[in-house]
Ligand binder design. Structure first.
Ligand SMILES: *Cc1c(COP(=O)(O)O)cnc(C)c1O
Length: 504
């Protein structure tokens, strides 16, 4: 027994005994303080400039060069958060945030996030946390049901879904699955022949994912779209490009269609694009990162028509379904292909249920091994809101967007550039239609700068078909009609200031 004796007078041991990284009562106290801090922040959020006004490198001069040797109190840290961190925040949760796409939140999702963090389970396989795996399977089937996806995408059917962090990862893993399936057929030596397809409106993550998957850069097709087609990918044009590639001896591998493009929420027509993809044996993925959430409302579901013919679909509830970052839901029709491409089986993770193939091991559906219990968050959102309130939420954002669109249309100096489909309005100032294009663009750039430097709202821009436009995306969770009206007043004031100073 002597060898097990511990020296309790050992200095390092006793100092370790005083430091308790997770003392439950201390946690209760500090977490309550943090909740108070967060509530105060949410209540005061409109008093901060939406777009942070700090200069690059601002923080370096404000905080010490090294970490403190001795512990600091939570009070001191809170003081620094208020004085140093908050000014450097662009407030995505501000009701006056109209840039990009919103990052939506809810009490339910926050509580789910707390619980997920509480368990800190690292659910790489079923046994590592059976509830984490099984709840994810249930929640992915629930959401699939809400979207009226066919059974072929559900665990209760022949497919299944998984929560990824980002669309980039959803596209990367499905692309690798498609790649390996193709290389099995044509031989690894033909890797250079594989071609992937998107449009010039496909999110930039597609090129990145393609490079990561080893697709030759000259085989990443970005098919042009135009205003005439409302910037959607034309199936006939796709067919021509694919056939030209086949004639060259290349092998069509993967098509990324987008339902709700990032610039203007254009819709690639799923059904006819899937026909082209099916005819050439390529994988078709539908990226519905933003607009997919709207498809839980029957009046928008038609945008997914033809989905029964695609191989995979992803949408990000952190964009519109009130879930905090990050949460991207990916469904695949044939999980076996994904698992075959990504599975690993090291001895240190082996266990009976996995060996018996009776369970899902989500490590084989994603890039990383470890994973958080993310489905808790989505489960809490779906249960606490109910489908009814989630639909209401989508519809209320769209109602506000329609109102904003009407306001823009009422002012003859402005114009709507691309049709509004969801809660994004793309517009520009164009008071002198005969004015040249550069001049109009410069005027809109100046207008945007004026708006955003006011700190009162944050709006972003895009260029599509050569036209510079402002993107007004409604949907920050705290936004109400009055914020939209005030934003429009500000934008008009900006335009007036600008036009006053302009030599015509
Ligand atoms: C926001 C968005 C993405 C972003 O992808 P992440 O990798 O999740 O950041 C991709 N596609 C579309 C259509 C988007 O709107």
């Amino acid at each position: 027994m002597g060898s097990l004796d511990l020296n309790y007078d050992d200095e390092s041991f006793s100092s370790r005994r005083q430091f308790k990284p997770l003392d439950p009562e201390e946690f209760r106290k500090q977490a309550h303080q943090m909740v108070d801090f967060i509530v105060d922040y949410y209540q005061k959020i409109e008093s901060y400039p939406v777009l942070s006004q700090v200069q690059p490198g601002y923080l370096r001069t404000r905080i010490p060069q090294t970490a403190p040797y001795s512990p600091e109190s939570l009070e001191t840290i809170f003081t620094d958060i208020a004085s140093d961190i908050i000014p450097g925040m662009t407030h995505w949760l501000s009701p006056n945030f109209f840039a990009f796409f919103p990052a939506t939140v809810s009490t339910a999702a926050f509580l789910g996030e707390m619980l997920s963090t509480c368990f800190n389970s690292v659910g790489f396989n079923w046994l590592a946390s059976p509830a984490a795996t099984e709840l994810e399977m249930v929640v992915m089937d629930w959401l699939a049901n809400m979207l009226k996806l066919p059974k072929s995408f559900m665990f209760s059917g022949t497919g299944g879904g998984v929560i990824q962090s980002t669309t980039s990862e959803s596209v990367l893993v499905t692309l690798i699955a498609a790649r390996d399936r193709a290389l099995d057929k044509i031989g690894a030596e033909n890797m250079k022949k594989l071609v992937v397809y998107g449009s010039d409106q496909t999110h930039s993550m597609f090129v990145k994912a393609s490079k990561l998957a080893g697709i030759h850069p000259s085989n990443i097709r970005s098919i042009p779209t135009n205003l005439h087609n409302e910037f959607s990918l034309c199936p006939a044009v796709l067919r021509n490009v694919v056939e030209a590639d086949v004639a060259e001896g290349l092998v069509p591998l993967y098509l990324c269609a987008t339902v709700g493009t990032t610039s203007t929420t254009a819709i690639d027509p799923v059904q006819p694009l899937a026909e082209v993809a099916n005819d050439h044996g390529m994988w078709i993925h539908v990226d519905a990162a933003y607009a997919g959430s709207a498809c839980i409302c029957p009046e928008f579901r038609h945008y997914l028509n033809g989905v029964e013919r695609v191989d995979s679909l992803s949408l990000s509830p952190h964009k519109w379904l009130l879930s905090y970052l990050d949460c991207c839901c990916l469904w695949v029709k044939r999980p076996g292909i994904l698992v075959k491409a990504l599975s690993t089986n090291p001895e240190y993770l082996r266990n009976k249920p996995s060996d018996s193939d009776a369970v899902v091991d989500f490590k084989d559906w994603q890039v990383g091994t470890g994973r958080k219990f993310k489905s808790l968050r989505l489960w809490m959102v779906l249960r606490s809101c109910g489908i009814a309130n989630l639909q209401n939420h989508i519809r209320s954002d769209i109602r506000m967007a329609k109102m904003f669109e009407r306001l823009v249309k009422l002012d003859p100096r402005f114009e709507i550039v691309t049709p509004r489909r969801f809660a994004l309005v793309c517009f520009r100032l164009n008071p002198f239609p005969s004015s040249n294009a550069e001049r109009t663009e410069l005027m809109n750039r100046k207008l945007l700068e004026w708006i955003n430097s006011s700190g009162q709202i944050y709006v972003s821009h895009t260029i599509v078909g050569g036209v510079y436009m402002l993107r007004f995306a409604i949907g920050a969770t705290l936004t109400e009609e009055r914020h939209v009206v005030a934003a429009w007043t500000l934008i008009r004031n900006g335009a007036e200031e600008l036009l006053k100073g302009l030599v015509i």
